[in-house]
Design a protein around this ligand. Structure first.
Ligand SMILES: NC(=O)c1ccc[n+]([C@@H]2O[C@H](COP(=O)([O-])OP(=O)(O)OC[C@H]3O[C@@H](n4cnc5c(N)ncnc54)[C@H](O)[C@@H]3O)[C@@H](O)[C@H]2O)c1
Length: 370
């Protein structure tokens, strides 16, 4: 039987369907990973093996779930520098991977036959401003490492960008794909750097680099990671616990947002789109734009006695430089992007997901009291 590596090489050279292959490896933590490819190797998107860096954050857990449903549980490998919860270890392969360790990344890509790298590791806007040297390391050095690995091994590489890649000189309503980008946060600067470096590697070396500029992301089952749009998620948790939300932005601060299901679907659809359909490599995507006042009104339809107070902090200055409305017409035209969640449907979905969770924990507390 040929080794895993030579099998990959063979699959890449031939178009014939191979019989199912099963490869078993041990993770550094001693867990057994069995990787199976039930379909013959064609190119992405048929049976890609995907490595997600920084996968324990707000977006990675959901993306791994969606991709595992499409590509097979063993073909999507989660990684992070944090320790995962037990249920994550039970749901599929997880490995330690520090994006600052170039050799370690190379080793993972070779040992696990990775075809596609989704690079989620980052320090977000608010956290990044609090530790600029670390943000530069993770967000810039980390990007250099994944670019080199992707180039060396011919991987498809996805690095998300953000509304934060624009700045006070950019048009804010609407903000098109190609315009002035002079962000004034280290997060924004590092994301413009990632966009430009990815596009440079694409033009210079033919790397299949892709990036979506996500707006603020709202999710029910993961917590936000220290961005400027976190309030739009925290308001739901506050409404269902204390009924008091103290917002760190002014009531009229308009920002683009997306519900996580739309974000994940956009990401997978974009990765699966043939290169011939892409007129560019970095696209804006969005679903809605609202202010804290507008989302508060919507949440009050479910929790009428919710009280919202406004005490703008350092995040206001960041939000004031960002797009108010994102123009994503190129994504809609080139690869058919369509959002499904607007403000009312997003709020309804959040409430449907969170109310049972809080009821359950309230019942658990009541049971303990009794
Ligand atoms: N969540 C949003 O609203 C949003 C909006 C726009 C863009 N994005 C982008 O999407 C990506 C994922 O965002 P998220 O919200 O899941 O972020 P998050 O902050 O929730 O998670 C980031 C993860 O990166 C990991 N990490 C940090 N340093 C690392 C290192 N040295 N090596 C490996 N992993 C490391 C962290 O442990 C964490 O699990 C990021 O690139 C972010 O910039 C997110």
């Amino acid at each position: 039987m040929a080794s895993g590596l030579s099998m990959t090489f063979f699959r890449r050279l031939s178009n014939v369907s191979l019989p199912p292959t099963t490869l078993t490896r041990m993770t550094p933590a001693g867990a057994k990973i069995t990787c199976s490819r039930s379909r013959g190797y064609q190119d992405f998107p048929d049976a890609p093996r995907v490595l997600i860096t920084g996968s324990l954050g707000q977006l990675g857990i959901g993306l791994a779930k969606v991709m595992r449903e499409r590509y097979g549980r063993e073909n999507v490998i989660m990684s992070d520098i944090n320790k995962p919860a037990r249920h994550i270890l039970e749901n599929g392969p997880f490995l330690f991977a520090d994006v600052l360790d170039l050799r370690g990344l190379r080793e993972l890509v070779v040992n696990y036959e990775i075809d596609c790298l989704v690079h989620f590791s980052a320090l977000l806007s608010a956290i990044g401003e609090q530790n600029i040297p670390l943000a530069m390391q993770v967000n810039i050095e980390g990007v250099h490492n994944v670019l080199e690995v992707a180039k060396q091994f011919g991987l498809k590489l996805f690095i998300p960008s953000t509304i934060g890649a624009f700045g006070p000189d950019s048009p804010r309503n609407p903000t098109p794909d190609v315009t002035i980008q002079r962000p004034r946060t280290i997060y924004g600067v590092s994301k413009v750097h990632a966009e430009l470096m990815g596009e440079y590697y694409h033009h210079r070396f033919g790397l299949d680099f892709r990036s979506l500029r996500y707006p603020g992301v709202i999710s029910a089952d993961t917590m936000p990671g220290g961005g400027t749009t976190d309030y739009a998620q925290m308001i739901f948790h506050d409404a269902l616990t204390t009924k008091q939300h103290d917002c760190y932005l002014r009531p009229d601060t308009r920002l683009p947002m997306m519900f996580i299901d739309d974000v994940l679907r956009a990401t997978v659809d974009f990765l699966e789109t043939g290169s011939d359909k892409l007129s560019m490599r970095t696209y804006n995507v969005t679903a809605m734009s609202f202010t804290p006042e507008e989302i508060a009104e919507e949440v009050k339809k479910y929790v009428p006695d919710l009280e919202v107070t406004y005490q703008p902090d350092h995040r206001q200055a960041i939000a004031d430089q960002w797009p108010e409305v994102f123009d994503d017409c190129n994504a809609r035209q080139d690869w058919g992007w369509k959002h499904r969640y607007d403000l009312p449907t997003m709020c309804e979905t959040m409430m449907n997901a969170l109310v049972p969770q809080y009821n359950q924990s309230n019942n658990a507390v009541d049971a303990i009291k009794e």
